[in-house]
Design a protein around this ligand. Structure first.
Ligand code: NAG
Ligand code: NAG
Ligand code: NAG
Ligand code: NAG
Length: 434
């Protein structure tokens, strides 16, 4: 056999094997947490994203966003019972947790809270030992009923937006009591936290909550938006005003968050602005230019001031004339059309952030949210270009190795069986062709 054939066989042996759980061995040991916005299924046209569009092989963890709080009974509840629990007989909760059969090792959590749920009701929940006890018991029953692996707390935020100063201590109590209760049955506990220093100070006792949370997801975005009345990046890696990814992570590490529990949040969206005066030349860098207090919407997400990565890249490939640029100081991409500006994370800026997470030895990265990647592959040659870029940087391999592929089997032994058949067929083919 020639040298190339030997190399090829060795490649199959080393990279085509499966671990004890039947999952193809991950090419990296970092976590990739993928939030899935359940309401993305209602987006119009090609923007609609349902569980059938998910490609879990790009993620080590999925988070179903979001469940809510019943403030009559102080229990966890579905915010969309038809879609979550009834649709197609089993509902989306069970559809998502059933993905574990095809992707053994995938961890699937249920997120509770989110921006629209506000802070006040969670503040009232956390303030009372009885309410916490009832709530915690309800989560265990709920998670087990739908076979989730754990709970992700998305209270935005303790101590602000209608919360009170006591929230900081009460959030710690809630986290500690949840973590105690989740030892048996073993459930995971994570939280998504603000990346803003002021909010962090009001909301979290970082060293203490770090003891009880399995991972801390840092929402390192929304640093700027139309509220600034100036066009500024959503998620700068660096800046001189302290509002950027590196300063947030540095601050959390200084506060005592262990690097191995921190997960860097990456936005799969940009923030939009309408400049008060259109720039004279389209190739201007729009950073800091005066803007109106309202931005514009994308055709799928329909949220003023916000555009998914898929909407941004599709606009650029359409007949509309967008001028794109790169701000090197903040590691941010932008696109301009007359007085319309969007600052966003391109593949290049995401890659730099993943490199940064690796350099700081963080647990990994999180994406908000996988449903606005170019999941239909309309802009690039392939689907999910951002998820692929993330996994590639984490694996730090050359172009020849593709991302992990899904395993077809229902269980370990059949998966291994299939992998051995594939290996045997490959060896036979090589013998016939050489
Ligand atoms: C909240 O819980 C109460 C008591 O169990 C129940 O009657 C009510 O329907 C629930 N409300 C919602 C919105 O789920
Ligand atoms: C909080 O609970 C109240 C009921 O007490 C409800 O009306 C309100 O919508 C909840 N807040 C949010 C932001 O969901
Ligand atoms: C862009 O920024 C990086 C990181 O700060 C720096 O190393 C590089 O020299 C910059 N490139 C240019 C062209 O300014
Ligand atoms: C796994 O698959 C093998 C062969 O396909 C079968 O014999 C075995 O019973 C299965 N195990 C489980 C737990 O389903």
């Amino acid at each position: 056999m020639s040298f190339t054939v030997v190399t090829f066989l060795l490649t199959i042996l080393f990279f085509g094997t499966y671990d004890a759980h039947g999952l193809q061995k991950s090419k990296h040991n970092k976590v990739v947490v993928c939030y899935v916005a359940s309401w993305a299924a209602y987006r119009p046209y090609q923007g609609a994203f349902s569980i059938a569009n998910l490609r879990p092989e790009f993620c080590t963890h999925l988070v179903y966003a979001f469940a809510g709080l019943n403030v009559t009974s102080w229990t966890i509840r579905s915010l969309d019972p038809w879609a979550d629990t009834e649709k197609d007989v089993i509902g989306n909760y069970r559809k998502m947790t059933a993905l574990r059969q095809q992707y053994p090792g995938l961890k699937i959590s249920l997120g509770i809270g989110g921006w629209n749920e506000g802070s006040k009701n969670y503040s009232q929940l956390a303030s009372s030992p009885d309410r916490r006890r009832i709530f915690i018991a309800s989560t265990i029953e709920f998670l087990r009923m739908y076979e989730f692996d754990g709970l992700d707390l998305d209270w935005e935020f303790p101590g602000s937006r209608g919360g009170v100063p006591d929230d900081k201590l009460n959030f710690l109590r809630l986290v500690k009591e949840l973590s105690d209760a989740y030892r048996e049955p073993r459930l995971s506990l994570t939280a998504a936290i603000s990346a803003d220093k002021k909010t962090i100070d009001q909301a979290y006792n970082i060293p203490e909550i770090s003891k009880y949370l399995d991972h801390i997801f840092v929402m390192a975005y929304d640093y700027h938006g139309t509220w600034d009345k100036k066009a500024l990046p959503n998620s700068p890696l660096r800046s001189n005003d302290g509002l950027n990814v590196e300063d947030s992570i540095t601050y959390l590490l200084q506060q005592g968050a262990p690097a191995e529990k921190l997960v860097l949040g990456l936005p799969m969206y940009g923030r939009t602005y309408i400049l008060t005066t259109p720039p004279e030349k389209p190739d201007v860098n729009p950073i800091g230019l005066p803007a109106l207090t309202t931005g514009f919407k994308g055709p799928y997400t329909g949220q003023e001031g916000f555009m998914g990565f898929n909407e941004i890249c599709e606009a650029q490939t359409s007949s509309e004339v967008w001028t794109t640029g790169w701000d090197n100081d903040t590691n941010t991409a932008y696109a301009i059309k007359q007085n319309h500006v969007v600052f966003y994370d391109s593949i290049k800026s995401i890659e730099a952030k993943v490199e940064y997470a690796k350099k700081k030895k963080l647990a990994g990265v999180m994406v908000w949210s996988i449903d606005t990647d170019d999941f239909r592959g309309k802009c690039y040659k392939s689907e999910f270009p951002i998820m692929k870029a993330i996994n590639k940087v984490l694996a730090d391999t050359s172009d020849t190795l593709t991302s992990p592929v899904p395993v077809p089997g229902p269980n370990t032994s059949s998966v291994q069986f299939i992998s051995y058949i594939v290996l045997m067929l490959s060896i036979m083919m090589i013998y016939f062709t050489v």
